[in-house]
Design a protein around this ligand. Structure first.
Ligand code: NDP
Length: 247
C-alpha cells in the first residue's frame, strides 16, 4: 500500500497547472484531497476526476490572500477528514516586468499571493499538525528562488522569500521535535497558465520563447508525490526540477 493512501492533503491553486497535476497524481495513490482555488467550475471537475481515479476529494473556493478564508479552508479539511497530513502551498502568480515600468499593483499582488498566501496557509494548518506531532508542508518556490534575472526581480524576491520561509520553518520544527516535514520545491519552466499572469507584452513575448522547452506539470507532481511517500522520519527538504535542456 502506498504511503500516500488516506493521507489528507490540502492543495492551494488546484484549479490548473502544477496544483491540478498534483491532485491527480495523489488521488491515483489514494489520498484524501481538499482542493482550493478561486475558480469553482475547475475545482468541481477535478473533484469528480479525483474520485474516479481512486481518491476522495472535496473542494472549497478559497482566495489565499484572505487570512480568514485560509483559516476556513483548514477548518473545512478538519471537519471533513479530521486531520491534515500535508499542505501543498502551490497557489502563485508571475506578472513579470522590468522595475522601471512601475507595475506596482502587480508587485502588491505577487507579494499578497506568493508570500502572504503561503504564510496564511502555514498559519492555518500548523496548530493541528503540531497537536498531532505529524505533518508535511510543501511550498512551491522556483528556480527563480535560486537565480535572479532581469524582469523577474519582484517575482524572484517572492520566491526567495518562499525558500527562506521553508528553511526557517524546517529548522524551527526540527528543534521543536514536532515531526513536521518541510519540502521546498523549485521547478524550472513548466507548461501551465502561469505565463498568462504576465501582462507586460514585451516580457510575455520573451517568456513564451523561453517556455518552448517547458516540461509537463505532472513532472512536478511526481516529485511532490515522492516527497510525500517517504517514511515519516525522512524529510526531502529541497527539490529543483528543470527541463533537461534549461540552462
Ligand atoms: P497556474 O497559473 O497554472 O496555476 C496557478 C494556480 O494558483 C491556479 O490554480 C490559480 O487558481 C491559483 N491562484 C492564483 N491566485 C490565487 C489566489 N489569490 N487564491 C487562490 N488561488 C490562486 O501556474 P502553475 O501551476 O505553473 O504554478 C503553480 C506554482 O508553481 C506557483 O507558485 C508558481 O509560481 C510555481 N512555479 C511554476 C513554474 C512554471 O514554470 N509553471 C516554475 C516555478 C515555479 P485560481 O485562478 O482559480 O484561483
Amino acid at each position: 500500500m502506498s504511503n500516500i493512501q488516506d493521507k489528507v492533503v490540502i492543495i492551494t491553486g488546484a484549479s490548473s497547472g502544477i496544483g491540478e497535476a498534483t491532485a491527480k497524481e495523489l488521488a491515483s495513490k489514494g489520498a484524501k484531497l481538499v482542493l482550493a482555488a478561486r475558480r469553482e467550475d475547475r475545482l468541481q471537475k477535478l473533484q469528480a476526476e479525483s474520485e474516479k481515479s481512486g481518491g476522495k476529494a472535496v473542494y472549497k473556493v478559497t482566495d489565499v490572500t484572505s487570512r480568514e478564508q485560509m483559516e476556513e479552508l483548514a477548518a473545512y479539511a478538519l471537519e471533513k477528514f479530521e486531520k491534515i497530513d500535508v499542505l501543498v502551498n502551490n497557489a502563485g502568480i508571475m506578472p513579470q516586468a522590468f522595475m522601471f515600468k512601475k507595475m506596482v499593483d502587480e508587485w502588491d499582488q505577487m507579494i499578497d499571493v506568493n508570500i502572504k498566501g503561503v504564510l496564511y496557509a502555514i498559519a492555518a494548518v500548523l496548530p493541528s499538525m503540531r497537536e498531532r506531532k505529524s505533518g508535511h508542508i510543501i511550498n512551491l518556490s522556483s528556480v527563480a528562488g535560486h537565480n535572479i534575472y532581469p524582469g523577474g526581480t519582484v517575482y524572484c524576491g517572492t520566491k526567495f522569500a518562499v525558500k527562506a520561509i521553508s528553511e526557517g520553518l524546517r529548522q524551527e520544527e526540527a528543534i521543536s521535535g514536532t515531526n513536521i516535514r518541510v519540502t521546498n520545491v523549485s521547478p524550472g519552466a513548466v507548461s501551465s497558465e502561469l505565463v498568462e499572469t504576465t501582462s507586460d507584452a514585451e516580457t510575455k513575448a520573451g517568456l513564451n520563447e523561453f517556455y518552448k522547452v517547458a516540461i509537463e506539470a505532472d513532472s512536478i507532481a511526481r516529485a511532490i508525490a515522492f516527497a510525500v511517500e517517504q517514511p515519516s522520519d525522512v524529510g526531502i527538504n529541497e527539490m529543483i526540477i528543470r527541463p533537461t535542456v534549461q540552462v
